[in-house]
Design a protein. Structure first.
Length: 131
């Protein structure tokens, strides 16, 4: 498709459409044609995910890690897991949060942005240093 200035525009599939199509194909008939389409869609999906902005990627990593921690904590309260499992899940979550903070800091351009992140970390330290 071309716009009024002769610049070619491409219609890009969005990630949600790709995920929905993949899910439909995975639950459909296992034919050679379906497998070929799935393979192509897996490649495109993975490429689109690789192209995510680093901050977005880190943000998207936090929620699954938090859900794992919350699930582990529920299982601990139901006496199905040990304290070690809870601590390990929390450490994993903290690692994801730290990764986000590193990427966020690396994406700053102004000293005031860096100071704001420093203030946040300082406030958190001061709130919980006594614990």
């Amino acid at each position: 498709m071309q716009d009024g200035e002769g610049v070619t525009r491409y219609n890009m599939l969005n990630l949600e459409e790709i995920e929905n199509t993949i899910e439909a194909l995975e639950h459909g008939d296992t034919t050679f044609s379906a497998c070929e389409r799935l393979a192509a869609l897996y490649i495109v999906r993975d490429k689109l995910k690789d192209d995510e902005e680093p901050t977005e990627k880190e943000i998207n990593d936090i929620l699954p890690s938090y859900r794992h921690y919350a699930d582990t904590k529920r299982k601990f309260h139901a006496h199905k897991l040990t304290e070690d499992a809870v601590v390990a899940a929390l450490q994993s979550l903290c690692t994801e949060i730290a990764d986000l903070m590193r990427v966020l800091y690396a994406s700053t351009e102004m000293i005031e942005e860096r100071r704001e992140i420093g203030r946040l970390l300082g406030d958190l330290y001061n709130m919980y240093a006594e614990s």
